[in-house]
Design a binder for this molecule. Sequence first.
Ligand code: TXA
Ligand code: MG
Length: 320
Amino acid sequence: MSTTSAAILAATPAAIAEAGAALAAGRLVAFPTETVYGLGGDATCDRAVAAIFEAKGRPSFNPLIAHVASVEQAAALVDMTGPALTLARMFWPGPLTMVLPRRAGSPVSLLASAGLDSIAVRMPDHPVALALISAAGRPLAAPSANRSGAVSPTTARHVAQCLGGRVAMILDGGPCRVGVESTVIDLSGDRPALLRPGGVAVEALEAALGGPLSRPTDSPDAPRSPGQLESHYAPSLPVRLNAAEAGVGEALLGFGPGPATLNLSPSGDLAEAAANLFAMLRALDRPDLVGIAVAPVPEHGLGLAINDRLRRAAAPRGTP
Ligand code: TXA
Ligand code: MG
């Protein structure tokens, strides 16, 4: 076999120190965050960032998030405007990514930000991620640790299954608590804009900002995230949304009480459903089935992020 699998290592202090040294040497390390596992590399090193795009099979026009261990570290990379500082104080560490103007002299690789004059920054709420960023001594560029377009990984084993041969090391910190990626907002323009719903509820951000976030659908030229391609998070099987029941040969992914092959949350809890979403989509992606039918999920709070991922999982495939 040509692919050698990277070792999955329990995230002990010794393993974190070793991983930090590997990152500082330009190598790639997969690590846990509270949202999904990230494929980390030195955000200030073109060669490491290029290796991330290569390992994921990701188009290089799609920029990466720079992960930091403190607000001060973020402030060295981007202009932390007033609203950004307010939101950082309220939601960091946590599943909030803010797109902000690149600071003059920012060390972040231009490849990481896809040549844009903005950079996305986030401080993850996971002790292993924070210790690793500190051990590496630099911001870490880290997309979700899956091949581009596939379902995001919420365990170390998921990472090994799709990227095993392409990373130096996989740090195991157990299953991810939140289960969907961070909420991405753009604070670099005139009006704060929502680029991707995620682990922080949009309602909470709008309350903190004291006004609505503009949405990509608001106007044709509203800010968009280059990463929001239509088909994404896709299992191999077709996905059918808002299903009342399973059709012949389909599995039913349920939400709330009632019969289901697997249930995102029998009690109808959106946080529990988000935490289960990607692992259950993987578990139902079986060759003996013809499709995955998914019960309706309410469109509020974390439901926005869940429905966003489900719509992309169900979108027509094969668009480049
Ligand atoms: O929860 C998360 O955010 C996970 C964990 C590992 O932190 N990371 C993650 O990264 O989901 P990724 O690369 O899969 O998604 C980052 C999103 C993409 O949609 C990308 O287009 C957008 O953020 N993005 C990054 N930099 C941007 C920028 N300067 N302007 C607009 N969008 C940006
Ligand atoms: Mg991703």
